[in-house]
Design a protein around this ligand. Structure first.
Ligand SMILES: [Zn+2]
Length: 105
């Protein structure tokens, strides 16, 4: 199930494999949908509870999951620069834009 709230703190968010939020302004953004669907697959593969445990507690795992999702997003048309910007700024990973760009290239 996907909800498209008008107001939401982030562009997209997958809470559970069957529960996704995509901000209304991004409703037609296929690359963002693919990013969120990647998280859904990660949750199904690793189990949702394990996914969130790792994601919230370990920077290394958060980076692993996000890098995988952003690579899919880029493969579906998103720009490397905007994804690298987001990766370096939004996830408390303590990496620079250049490091993010290298991870996503
Ligand atoms: Zn993500």
């Amino acid at each position: 199930m996907i909800f498209y709230p008008r107001y939401f703190p982030v562009a997209g968010f997958t809470l559970l494999p069957w529960l996704m939020f995509i901000k209304k302004a991004y409703k037609d953004d296929i690359s963002l949908l693919k990013h969120e669907q990647t998280h859904r697959q990660q949750m199904r593969k690793d189990w949702t509870i394990v996914f969130w445990f790792r994601y919230l507690l370990f920077k290394k795992w958060r980076m692993y999951y996000e890098v995988e999702a952003y690579k899919v997003q880029i493969a579906n048309g998103a720009s490397l620069n905007s994804c690298a910007h987001n990766l370096s700024k939004l996830y408390f990973l303590k990496i620079t834009f250049e490091q993010a760009k290298k991870l996503l290239s």
